[in-house]
Design a binder for this molecule. Sequence first.
Ligand SMILES: Cc1cc2nc3c(=O)[nH]c(=O)nc-3n(C[C@H](O)[C@H](O)[C@H](O)COP(=O)(O)OP(=O)(O)OC[C@H]3O[C@@H](n4cnc5c(N)ncnc54)[C@H](O)[C@@H]3O)c2cc1C
Length: 298
Amino acid sequence: MTVIIIGSGFAGASCAWWLARLGVRDVIVLEREEMPGLHASGLNAGMARSYEEDETIAPLAREGIDFILNPPEGFTDKPLIECNGSLLLNPDRWTPTDGVVDIHAYLWAFINGAKAGGIKFLFGKKITDIKICPHDIIVNAAGAWAQEIANLEGAEDLDIKSYRRHLYCTPPMPDINPKWPFVWDIENKYYFRPESGGLLLSACDEEEVAPGTPPTNPKIREALAEKLMKFCPSFANVSIAREWCGLRTFAPDRRPVIRWDKKIRNFFWLTALGGRGVTCAASAGRIAAEEVLKCLSV
Ligand SMILES: Cc1cc2nc3c(=O)[nH]c(=O)nc-3n(C[C@H](O)[C@H](O)[C@H](O)COP(=O)(O)OP(=O)(O)OC[C@H]3O[C@@H](n4cnc5c(N)ncnc54)[C@H](O)[C@@H]3O)c2cc1C
């Protein structure tokens, strides 16, 4: 029985790492791109936020941040997080242990650890490129493509959809202190944090788009400028040096889907991590790997 993980973003890479740690060796990670992290896992804001209202996501976030703060011995020799805290507004909350994750170091630590544990990563390969035996286990960690993969395999229709979000970076600015926390106004939907001597900002936009690499929408930049003018006038006229967008993937109830499919056998869902996939990578991957191990053990 081979475990085939589809996708090498945070979901797939973490699951692979945990499987290696649990002693499972017959695992292949398929990644359609030539390298990992070309989609959500490499395009995000890297903020690890422990506060979460949703009671399903809250323990995942806490466990995920705890892992980032205290990674197991040998996981990485690079610092994974800069803990400058988070300042949430509306409702207001200060959390000193939150911070910004080095997403590339974190993703590669999972991948390198999994490889060292004997797990194979095949880049530039899709599920249709390999032969899958009926007993093999598929872990669907395909992010925005998760529903497509499920449809291909005849699994449930969970109505998983992807939503575009934009991020903007200013050039270095003299008054920005790199030790500032990330600031997130929950009610008015915007956030900013220090980045490379300037700021990284988002208007927390959300627009349903098809899985893929969508173009940026210039209207969102205008929406951000309006929000800054209203809520942070001192940033209202910042110039933008770089902008990009990525896809956040959600189930209709906006909770992660980490469970076996109810329609077909040996198909595990590890997706819909929404806007919390960096924060919850370690916990989501652990749960998936433990479920897979249980299935292999019976
Ligand atoms: C703009 C933005 C900001 C964000 N900010 C934060 C944040 O601050 N904090 C936080 O915790 N989270 C944040 N997130 C969310 C986080 O990035 C995601 O939840 C997480 O990266 C999802 O990981 P994933 O592995 O599920 O998906 P992905 O990273 O999309 O990985 C899925 C992989 O599957 C591959 N794939 C798809 N189809 C196939 C196929 N048929 N065969 C093989 N491979 C396939 C894709 O190529 C891709 O590499 C943000 C996301 C965005 C877009």
